[in-house]
Design a protein around this ligand. Structure first.
Ligand SMILES: Cc1ncc(COP(=O)(O)O)c(C=O)c1O
Length: 377
């Protein structure tokens, strides 16, 4: 089976990890800062805070901006549940605003409609790797004096009007799960130009304690204080060594993803009843996912095509069920169908095809052939 996404681990990655295993520091060591600095250098962001997952990064972001009971945060429904769950962790309410029909990205027009005096932030998700319309979202956030958060878990290596993801919002979130562009096994990071927020997130990832073990060791001191409630969201040096090694190859891997997308686009443009997501001319799409949409006579055939592609050895998937349609969100917040009609309609007609840097030309051809024959049947 060709999976929809897969990590690419090479000898240099393995050697980097082995080197840490032979060193003094498995966690809270020098590789954490080195990885953070490498991501700052790559993106152009001023500060980076590495944590144990993209979910932990989202949670740290919500804590840093002070989300609490009574606050609302506007979120896209076209995402993994973690993008909204982070608001709930802090006692806040995620408010879902619908997406644009052709990109499935958070629609700035719908965002404005949801803003009220309780709104504290917007979480935009660069769905499938396509950066959102950050100029429009920035204007809304500034006008209402609220935070703009970019869940860029799909879009590391992507660009919006020449600016790299990781610099496009007040806080920018990355994930290094194995299906993402670069991996640390599990891992995440927040980038920002706000030193104060970065400092808060460093404390948050370490139980709310203001110094870490290595800082105390360097000072020859034992005393430490916990100033607020935090978590153990630390990432290990083992993981960061892998991240540093992977990051060196990110640009090349994004280029390969874009090339695969080009081949898919060409092949599917000739098939009736299949279309791909729109790409705005001002972005460089990082293509975490390659999503097709079924139209016309194929519009109601998604589950059937899912089955026949899976039987044909193609590991297709569906990204996503809109978050407000999950049972937790109906029961906790009373959400349900009809809240975001564009996302709900799209969700029934999309399929994610295999997309990863290690996908061979032969595999791409096989995917195209199996899709072509499944659609024709
Ligand atoms: C858009 C988005 N946000 C957040 C996450 C959570 O990241 P992690 O799995 O690293 O916790 C993911 C993926 O897993 C994601 O796709």
């Amino acid at each position: 089976v060709i999976p929809y996404g897969r990590q690419l681990i090479e000898e240099d990655d393995i050697n980097a990890v082995v080197e840490v295993l032979r060193s003094d520091w498995l966690t809270t060591g020098p590789k954490i800062e080195e990885f953070e600095k490498a991501v700052c250098d790559f993106t152009g962001a001023g500060h980076a805070v590495a944590v144990s997952s993209g979910t932990a990064a989202l949670h740290a972001a919500m804590a840093a901006i002070g989300i609490k009971v009574g606050n609302e945060v506007i979120v896209t429904p076209m995402t993994f549940a973690a993008s909204a769950n982070c608001v709930v962790y802090q006692g806040g309410t995620p408010v879902f605003a619908d997406v644009e029909p052709d990109t499935l990205l958070l629609d700035p027009v719908r965002v404005v409609e949801k803003i009220n005096s309780r709104t504290k932030a917007i979480i935009a998700v660069d769905y499938a790797g396509h950066p959102c319309d950050y100029d429009a979202l920035r204007e809304i956030a500034d006008h209402h004096k609220i935070f703009l958060i970019a869940d860029a878990c799909h879009s590391i290596g992507g660009k919006y009007k020449g600016r790299k993801t990781g610099t496009l919002a007040d806080l920018n979130i990355f994930s290094f799960h194995p299906v993402k562009h670069i991996t640390t096994g599990e891992g995440g990071m927040i980038t920002t130009n706000n030193a104060e927020l970065a400092g808060r997130m460093r404390v948050f990832r370490n139980h709310g304690i203001t110094t870490d073990f290595r800082q105390r060791q360097a000072q020859g001191a034992w005393f430490y204080e916990m100033t607020e409630l935090g978590y153990n969201y630390r990432i290990t040096d083992i993981q960061c060594a892998l991240g540093i090694s992977q990051l060196r190859k990110l640009e090349k891997w994004v280029a390969r993803r874009q090339q695969i997308a080009g081949v898919y686009n060409m092949a599917f443009s000739g098939i009736n009843g299949i279309s791909h997501m729109a790409v705005r001319k001002w972005v460089s799409n990082a293509f975490h996912l390659y999503v097709i949409r079924l139209n016309g006579k194929n519009a109601t055939r998604r589950n059937e095509l899912f089955q026949s592609l899976r039987s044909g050895g193609i590991g297709v998937n569906v990204h996503y069920i809109p978050v407000h349609m999950h049972p937790f969100y109906w029961t906790r917040f009373g959400y349900g169908s009809g809240l975001c009609p564009v996302a709900e309609d799209a969700s029934g007609r999309i399929l994610s095809l295999p997309m990863f840097a290690g996908l061979s030309g032969e595999d791409v051809e096989r995917v195209i052939e199996v899709v072509r024959s499944a659609v024709a049947n």
